[in-house]
Ligand binder design. Structure first.
Ligand SMILES: Cc1cc2nc3c(=O)[nH]c(=O)nc-3n(C[C@H](O)[C@H](O)[C@H](O)COP(=O)(O)OP(=O)(O)OC[C@H]3O[C@@H](n4cnc5c(N)ncnc54)[C@H](O)[C@@H]3O)c2cc1C
Length: 475
């Protein structure tokens, strides 16, 4: 019997497996595919995900394989310079194709002990009082105390536990792929620029690996029986939209995606949880889906580990849904808004022009960038300063930086007074006595995901919040 079965070795499942594995949790990841997909869906990671990687000491691996781009054009593709100030050290997008992201996360998960098994599909699951049993396509059975469905938008786990997935079906599909082209680069760039004045769902340009990434509206909306697109489908749509097929040939891969927008009604049913695309789907505008899934995993990992370690306080596991579901609902809404803004109807184009004017106000621009990059997320922890519930950026301390002290994924008390103690929770929480010009409180208590659990100065208050997030003190 394992502690946790993670279904799906996409970015969400791999991040979760790593968060569990590094805390000594016995975790098995199963994925139906024999090998990771070569399809490049996400093209990069946003600020909060970059910070998360830094919090776990992984950022160097991502920086070594990525390219930094300005934070421009991430709301409905409206091009504006990045806001004058963002509350982060990482005010950029890190361009890195999803297969690379997945590979880094898979390597890390394996290094911290996750057992990743490919070519095994989960077909049925059954919950018992003390665990979950999953039957796999190879006829074997796995048992664990918990199971997490990170198995993508068509999640089998979600269906098996009977969680509804309400929302809107796809109304507009898009073809996507990597191809070679014969059209000269300058002619292509000029044609793309002209077509994109009105058609924002179209583009073709270098993919960074010698081939070209093509994106073009599909002629129809797929149902379960629609076959994958062919090169001829792509050519036909390019001609329809741009008047030329750019001489596309030799596809490396072709796929399609829709704009369905759905949110799981529940994120938890007993011992089974949902995370990532299994819990929420939306059009890829703003480049948020992978980031959202990784951040789900970052929220759930330490809580599940706490439950398995026997110290999870009452309600901790349920806080996964109450914290993360509203965040996803907000992302779904911003993609709905962006979908309107890229519509080619005259009314939508007029709203887009107005919106673009509003984004010239630095505060408006910053508000939207903070939303897309997820650095404005604030969990509702009840009363407290505005800081409480937010993530703390990598602040500078007199002896180093905050995130460098969080690689182990434990709680942390930053104590500028030196008068406080976490001794009774010392097996779960680090005590850092240091000062920072960036924090206006004598002390802040951080959860393992870097969100501020408490800010104040008295031991009595601190103890209440330590118990709330880290359970009973040691006897
Ligand atoms: C065109 C496009 C562009 C995108 N661009 C971006 C972007 O720039 N930035 C961004 O953040 N996001 C982007 N996204 C979204 C992003 O790709 C997804 O949100 C992300 O892959 C979700 O990760 P996941 O791990 O939750 O699910 P997935 O990546 O879908 O992984 C699910 C895994 O579960 C496995 N699985 C499924 N069923 C079973 C089963 N029954 N048993 C075992 N295994 C199973 C699958 O094989 C798969 O490996 C884009 C998406 C698309 C379509």
């Amino acid at each position: 019997m394992s502690d946790v079965i993670v279904v799906g070795a996409g970015p969400t499942g791999l991040m979760l497996a790593a968060e569990l594995g590094q805390r000594g949790v016995d975790v098995v990841v199963v994925d139906r595919d024999e090998a990771p997909t070569p399809f490049v869906r996400a093209l990069g990671i946003h600020v909060r995900t970059i910070e998360i990687m830094e919090q776990r000491g992984l950022l160097d691996r991502f920086l070594a394989r990525g390219t930094k781009y300005p934070l421009n054009g991430f709301f409905a593709g409206i091009s504006k310079p990045a806001p004058s100030y963002l509350d982060t050290e990482h005010g950029y997008v890190l361009g890195i194709p999803q297969p690379e992201i997945d590979r880094i996360l898979a390597d890390h998960a394996a290094e911290v002990g996750a057992d990743i098994r490919r070519g095994k599909r989960v077909d049925t699951i059954e919950q018992h009082d003390d665990g979950v049993t999953a039957e796999l396509s190879d006829g074997t059975t796995l048992h664990a105390r918990y199971l997490v469905g990170c198995d993508g938008g068509r999640s089998t786990v979600r269906k098996l536990i009977g969680v509804a997935f309400p929302g809107e079906p796809s109304t507009a599909d898009t073809l996507i792929g990597e191809v070679d082209v014969t059209m000269p680069a300058d002619e292509m760039a000029a044609t793309v620029a002209e077509v994109r004045v009105t058609q924002k769902r179209f583009g073709i340009g270098p993919a960074g690996n010698g081939s070209y990434r093509v994106v073009v509206p599909a002629a129809d909306v797929a149902d379960g029986r629609t076959p994958p697109p062919t090169l001829d489908d792509v050519k036909r749509q390019l001609v329809a939209v741009a008047g030329t097929d750019f001489g596309v040939h030799s596809p490396r891969w072709l796929s399609r995606f829709g704009d369905a927008t759905r949110l799981a009604e529940y994120y938890r049913r007993g011992r089974v949880f949902l995370a990532g695309d299994a819990a929420h789907i939306h059009p890829p505008m703003g480049g948020q889906g992978l980031n959202l899934g990784v951040q789900d995993a970052f929220n759930l990992g330490w809580k599940l580990a706490a439950a398995i370690g026997g110290w999870a306080p009452e309600g901790l596991l349920d806080s996964y849904e109450s914290e993360r579901r509203p965040v996803a609902a907000d992302v779904l809404d911003n993609t709905r808004a962006q979908a309107e803004l890229i519509s080619t109807t005259p009314k939508a184009q007029a709203v887009r022009r107005l919106f673009a004017e509003l984004m010239d106000f630095d505060d408006v621009n910053r508000y939207l960038v903070e939303k897309i990059t997820a650095i404005s997320v604030r969990y509702d922890f009840g009363n407290g300063d505005d800081l409480v519930g937010r993530r703390l950026r990598n602040i500078t301390l007199s002896r180093g930086t905050l995130y460098s002290l969080m690689h182990d994924g434990r709680g942390l008390l930053l104590d500028q007074s030196g008068a406080l103690s976490v001794d009774r929770w010392g097996d779960r929480v680090d005590h850092v006595v240091d000062t920072s010009a960036d924090v206006g409180f004598p002390a802040v208590l951080l959860r393992p995901d870097g969100h501020v659990a408490w800010a104040g100065d008295t031991q009595a208050e601190l103890d209440i919040h330590l118990a709330r997030w880290f359970g009973d003190p040691r006897v």
